[in-house]
Design a protein around this ligand. Structure first.
Ligand code: GLC
Length: 653
């Protein structure tokens, strides 16, 4: 009887297995990466699509908010040989992805006649060398939000902006303007608007560098002035979109530069009805163009079922889906006709003004080397805002570096090594970061290990608390530090102010020194437990009799520490030191999440530079060359540590 039930059970399991296999074999699974699906906009689109295409399953992978981070996720999937099928792309990604051959042209499915339904800018951004690779889904444009209840009208010129700031702003309670000043893609968008507002440009019509101009200088000077006068808070150097909006929602600024999605969230806040939308002010008074942004969809080369992927793209870019994205997320449609849709207009009458602004939105420079161009702009603009470069110095450096990027490097790797300024700079940051954080970790680690080796009540709980940070994923803890160190929302400033250690909030992440020390602090917090674990193991291995005999001989605790504990701990110190130094020298994740190398490249370590070279700048050869040299350097360091920490008695056979 028992055997019968067993066979029956196995039979059922096998049948279920086969059935599930055949079901999933029939379904085509297509993945895509997007930002967190707040309000379930994508879930709704996918549900409707799957109901009409039962043979397709769309898997929405929830990624970070930042465009740079999501681009990296796609890059990794392409380079790793398992391309994410549906490519959910920012407006600037097409040239690079298409030039690398990672996308399928959409021309076989999309007839050019259908293009007239979309805004021309976002559609054009999907073309590379005459082929369409990305169909627009949403569109974005940089706009000025202004407090209708605080000032009579939005400024049209920079001069009017200055006058309004002078008259109405009273920092630190009420600043004049906030924008996205962290060293990331958002800063490029913000800076370009200042540059265009002054009448300047990065590249001219022939693709030559044209930034070194009186207009370029005037844009940087104006930015510097806004900062120096304290009309813009220093904290903008650590602000992305959500930080900017948070600051504005708290009523701390009169004007905010952001994307149109923010209006929806403003309308759900106490500021509802008090905020207007306007074009960005310009130097001359002619309305300045906002940066063109927005997202679209493409298909990764290597996708097994491109037809199905296209079916999804066609649906997701349809008016039906774009409406869902608008109503659930506030993202503006890329289809022009929706700006006349009564339902949308009822919800947001400002759509009419946005239509006008969108038509005049200006794209960022289109170039396969765009990521590098953008990184260079971010670095120097961030340096001007942080006050570490004058506008003249920044403009000169910008122009020269951009010319170098456009021309392409022709030097051989060894010669380039000597000329590579970014390498020298990032190496210096890496060495400083490693030396300081590892020294602090050892000092603290030793103290904690000695403490935890001595019995006291509740020792297990203290041990657990000390070791906990080591167990947390670095990216998660870096994100928490980013918010904790943030000014004005961070808890750290709050605590320090309460206990009276500081008299006014510190902009931890907004100054070069502050950002470096913040990274060191986060690293020490996270990795000291590792040193503690190893040293604790070492302390337990020291025979008790030795300690006792020294005690009998009259040696006090200090003598015992230097003559017994430390020499016997040396092999453990060696292991921990090698591990920690190698990890610190190769630091990447913590800094990438915390500061992204900014401000003004002040926390850009070698790991970040190598990553940029290989994955963002298409310089895999040079990156590998540097990596090999770095590996030799690390081997040398390890050997040196072994040599310096091996005592005579250990060398004896
Ligand atoms: C928005 C825009 C995008 C831009 C990004 C910068 O998501 O739509 O085009 O690159 O912001 O942070």
């Amino acid at each position: 009887m028992k055997t019968f039930w067993r066979i029956l059970g196995l039979g059922i399991i096998a049948a279920l297995w086969v059935a599930s296999g055949t079901c999933s074999a029939q379904k085509v699974v297509l993945r895509m990466i997007g930002p967190e699906d707040v309000n379930g906009a994508w879930a709704e689109i996918i549900k409707r699509f799957e109901a009409r295409h039962p043979d397709v399953q769309i898997k929405y992978i929830s990624g970070p908010w930042s465009t740079d981070d999501r681009q990296n996720m796609y890059l990794r999937s392409f380079l790793g040989g398992d391309p994410i099928e549906i490519v959910y792309m920012d407006v600037t990604w097409t040239a690079k992805f298409a030039a690398r051959g990672w996308l399928l042209p959409l021309d076989p499915w999309f007839s050019p006649g259908e293009g007239s339904a979309f805004f021309p800018g976002p559609l054009k951004a999907g073309y590379y060398r005459g082929h369409l690779y990305r169909l627009p889904l949403t569109t974005d444009v940089g706009v000025l939000y202004w407090r209708k209840d605080l000032v009579p009208r939005p400024p049209r010129t920079w001069r009017e902006l200055e006058e309004t700031c002078r008259r109405y702003a009273h920092p630190p309670e009420l600043y004049c303007l906030v924008f996205q000043g962290m060293q990331y893609e958002g800063l490029t968008c913000n800076f370009l608007e200042f540059l265009w507002a002054a009448g300047g440009q990065v590249l001219d019509e022939k693709g030559q560098v044209a930034i070194a101009s009186p207009e370029g200088l005037s844009a940087l000077n104006f930015l510097r002035k806004l900062r120096l006068k304290d009309w813009v808070p220093k904290a903008v150097l650590s602000f992305q979109e959500q930080h900017t909006l948070e600051f504005f929602l708290k009523g701390r600024a009169i004007f905010m530069r952001n994307w149109p999605y923010a209006m929806r969230l403003i309308n759900q806040s106490p500021l509802r009805g008090k905020v207007g939308l306007a074009p960005l002010p310009s130097r001359t008074g002619a309305p300045a163009p906002g940066t063109l942004g927005g997202w679209g969809l493409g298909i990764a080369r290597g996708t097994k079922a491109p037809e199905k992927a296209w079916a999804f793209i066609a649906f997701a870019t349809s008016a039906e889906a774009q409406k869902i994205l608008y109503f659930k997320r506030g993202w503006l449609p890329a289809r022009k006709e929706l700006f006349r849709d009564p339902a949308l207009l009822r919800e947001n009458p400002a759509l009419k003004d946005l239509y006008f602004l969108l038509e005049r939105a200006r794209p960022r420079p289109v170039h396969p080397q765009y990521p590098r161009i953008s990184d260079t702009l971010q670095k120097h603009v961030s340096a001007v805002l942080a006050g570490v470069e004058t506008p003249e110095e920044a403009l000169k450096a910008l122009s020269e570096t951009l010319k170098f990027i456009i021309r392409g490097s022709r030097e051989n790797y060894f010669r380039r090594l000597l000329l590579d300024y970014e390498l020298k700079e990032s190496l210096a940051h890496t060495l400083f970061f490693s030396a300081v954080s590892v020294s602090l970790e050892f000092l603290l680690g030793l103290l904690l290990a000695l403490l935890l080796a001595t019995p006291f009540p509740g020792r297990w709980w203290v041990r657990l608390a000390v070791l906990l940070p080591w167990a947390l994923p670095t990216a998660v803890m870096a994100m928490s530090w980013q918010w904790m160190l943030n000014n004005p929302f961070g808890v750290i400033n709050d605590l320090l102010l309460k206990v009276g250690l500081i008299s006014h909030p510190v902009d931890w992440l907004a100054s070069p020194e502050g950002a470096m020390w913040s990274a060191i602090l986060a690293d020490v917090w996270k990795t000291t437990p590792f040193v503690v674990i190893i040293l604790l193991a070492g302390l337990y291995s020291i025979p008790r009799e030795l300690k006792e005999s020294l005690e009998v001989d009259g040696a006090g605790p200090v003598k015992r520490l230097f003559y017994l504990t430390l020499p016997l701990l040396l092999p453990f110190i060696r292991v921990a030191l090698i591990f920690r130094l190698l990890q610190a020298l190769g630091i990447f994740d913590l800094i990438w999440v915390l500061t992204r190398g900014g401000p003004a490249d002040s926390t850009r370590t070698l790991g970040l530079y190598l990553y940029d070279l290989a994955f963002r700048y298409d310089e895999v050869g040079y990156a590998l060359f540097l990596t090999v040299l770095f590996v030799f350097f690390l081997m040398g360091i390890s050997l040196l540590i072994v040599r310096l920490t091996t005592l005579e008695y250990e060398r004896r056979p």
